[in-house]
Ligand binder design. Structure first.
Ligand code: ADP
Ligand code: ASP
Ligand code: MG
Length: 452
């Protein structure tokens, strides 16, 4: 049995959903059981829902309600195109009920003038709840026995709203209790990704892009043979196609390489997706839903050595460098602890760290608490920040044993001012921090050197 997760563009409209149905049919013909289908919201719906909540919270009620009606029409239109006869009316009624609820939330927010993370999750979750219901219903007219599963009953998380962490034991138990029987009955479970709930049933979400994570959790909980991530590109590419004009397809890579690429910006995979897969050693395959015959990218624990020196490049934009300089650092201990305690206190993750005799530099990409962090760090030393920086990461298992590759990365970037350089203990990536304005050029240089 495989788990098939479909991203926003792969469920964007009736044509996309018809392609999804054929992909499901093929998987079912191949191994008889399943598949389990996990879907994102239709493309741009999550953004639209968050915008509706923001508008409502600032009492732009009319604008928010107009967007609610637009979304309602889009979902009704897709449902009508795909679901015929007796199933259509109940489905449209469910869609209307969901949107009536959303309109009620908008009116409440407009009065309260405050949108909490908890409420944002209730609103954001609607995208996947709707798309999954529509797709579950669309399978029957195509001759497939779909059954809708409420993701809030199977993915169990803590209450860290908007970026909730799954409770694995509870989630796996719930999957076995409610999804396995559907498979046993010869049916095709369909559920929304991204959406989850706490132990007591309060709606949460796994963070933006989190449907991949749901797909992986479902795969791990049900011991799938493979977790498939169906998207709008051929697989993991050697670089972000929006930054490099003609990246190449990476046909295979290791879990560790994929984790580094995802963490440092390869948006095609949510960084946490790899964790459940690693734990149960389940291969993850990234595939293009417009070209289902492609081989895609296969991610496994032990991939063969890549034919290229590097496996891929990734980049994160809008990074801020924070420098803390203090002569107290010289020959003393405890200084770094003080510095990192500040980041801990403000729950802000740092990505890259470098130190010299009298200074520490770190990068952060969450700027929400930056002013407070800078103020608190002033107790440790002189603080300077540099915004509009980027992080460029070259990844490949071969970096571990072939030191000349790392040297070549730096040499290729010789005319680019590098602010920080870091190679971590895993030694499978080299990360440089540079001005955002220099990123396209640096990406291009590296890509030409290693992948042409
Ligand atoms: P989905 O909606 O299917 O989850 P996403 O938009 O989240 O799709 O991820 C797919 C997108 O990721 C691609 O369209 C591409 O623009 C972007 N991307 C960034 N880096 C990479 C990479 N290294 N390989 C493939 N895609 C990448
Ligand atoms: N719909 C959610 C988002 O846009 C989750 C996902 O698509 O993975 O972030
Ligand atoms: Mg995604």
């Amino acid at each position: 049995m495989v788990v098939q997760k479909f991203g926003g563009t792969s469920v964007a409209d009736p044509d996309a959903i018809r392609r999804l149905i054929e992909i499901v049919r093929t998987a079912r013909a191949r191994d008889g059981r399943g598949p389990v289908v996990v879907v994102s919201a239709m493309s741009k719906v999550t953004d639209a829902l968050l915008k509706i909540a923001a508008d409502a919270g600032e009492s732009r009620t009319d604008a928010a309600l107009a967007q609610v009606e637009q979304l309602r029409e889009r979902h009704r239109g897709v449902a009508t195109a795909l679901v015929t006869d007796g199933a259509r009316m109940p489905l449209l009624a469910q869609i209307d009920e969901q949107f009536d609820q959303l309109a009620a939330v908008v009116r409440a927010l407009a009065v309260l003038r405050e949108v909490s993370p908890r409420t944002l999750d209730v609103v954001a979750a609607m995208g996947e709840l709707l798309s999954s219901r529509i797709i579950a219903a669309a399978l029957a007219p195509a001759g497939l026995p779909g059954e809708w599963v409420d993701a809030r009953r199977v993915i169990v998380t803590n209450d860290h709203f908007m970026e909730a962490a799954p409770l694995l034991r509870e989630t796996y138990a719930a999957l076995r209790a409610s999804v396995a029987p559907i498979l046993d009955a010869g049916r095709v479970p369909v559920m929304g990704g991204f959406v989850a709930a706490t132990v007591d049933g309060t709606t949460t979400t796994l963070g933006r892009g989190g449907s991949d994570y749901s797909g992986a959790l479902v795969g791990a909980g049900l011991d799938a043979a493979e977790i498939q991530i169906w998207t709008d590109v051929d697989g993991m590419l050697t670089a972000d196609p929006r930054l490099v004009p003609e990246p190449r397809l990476v046909s295979q890579l290791s879990f560790s390489e994929a984790a580094e690429l995802a963490y440092f910006g390869a948006k095609v995979l949510h960084p946490s997706t790899i964790l459940p897969a690693v734990e149960r050693d389940i291969p993850v395959r990234i595939l293009n839903s417009r070209k289902p015959e492609g081989q895609g990218t296969i991610i496994t624990a032990h991939a063969a050595d890549s034919p290229t020196l590097l496996t891929g490049l990734a980049a994160k934009r809008d990074v801020t460098v924070v420098d803390i300089t203090s002569s107290r650092m010289l020959n003393s201990y405890g200084f770094l602890r003080q510095v990192f305690e500040v980041f801990e206190r403000f729950k802000t993750a740092v990505d890259v760290v470098t130190t010299s005799e009298v200074s520490v530099s770190v990068t952060v990409d969450d700027r929400r608490n930056l002013d407070a962090i800078v103020a608190a760090l002033s107790a440790c030393g002189e603080v300077a920040i540099e915004p509009e920086m980027a992080l460029l990461c070259a990844v490949g298992d071969r970096l571990r044993n072939e030191p000349e590759i790392g040297a070549r990365v730096i040499r290729v970037l010789e005319e680019v001012p590098l602010r920080m350089i870091s190679q971590a203990a895993s030694r499978r990536n080299i990360t440089v921090v540079l001005r955002q304005a220099d990123l396209p050029h640096a990406m291009h240089r590296l890509h030409e050197e290693f992948f042409r």
